[in-house]
Design a protein around this ligand. Structure first.
Ligand code: UDP
Ligand code: MG
Length: 138
């Protein structure tokens, strides 16, 4: 059993897409084992996306992710890191496969509705960024 971190970004929350995203996770057999609404300060956003520091989109991305409430979840399942990435679709929604969250709902390469960890090490670090082990059920 594997774990990953999912974030519904400020665009997804403000557009009323929380239920839609969660429905897709649950219908595909993914288990949600932790969930909360929260905000990232600009500083916390910079820490979360530290791997992208120095890239041309870093300033705008960290402003965006700190611009409003987000929904943060721990997802659990077999191969759930890749499974979640498959449900999300490509970073650039124009390249995302039809039926993926980003193909269906993203409006911009930045405002692409969801975040998902990309590897076991980043999943562990990203989960710990938001949740203590006591907050994760199951
Ligand atoms: N992003 C952007 N412009 C780019 C690449 C990425 O604004 O050219 C944003 C986008 O919101 C993306 C996030 O930065 O989801 C993190 O980028 P990454 O390459 O890690 O994509 P992801 O793992 O989210 O698919
Ligand atoms: Mg990434």
């Amino acid at each position: 059993m594997e774990r990953t971190l999912s974030i519904i970004k400020p665009d997804g929350v403000s557009r009323g897409l929380i239920g839609e995203v969660i429905k897709r996770f649950e219908e595909s057999g993914i288990k949600i084992t932790a969930m909360k609404m929260t905000y990232l300060s600009k500083k916390k956003a910079e820490g979360f996306y530290a791997v992208h520091r120095g890239k041309p989109f870093f300033e705008s991305l960290t402003d965006f992710i700190a611009s409003g409430p987000i929904t943060v979840m721990v997802l659990e399942g077999e191969d759930v890191i890749q499974h979640n990435r498959d449900l999300m679709g490509a970073t650039n929604y124009k390249e995302a496969k039809p039926g993926t969250i980003r193909a269906d709902f993203a409006t911009d390469i930045e405002k692409n509705v969801v975040h998902g960890s990309d590897a076991p090490e980043t999943a562990a670090t990203e989960i710990a960024y938001f949740f203590s082990s006591l907050e994760i059920v199951g």
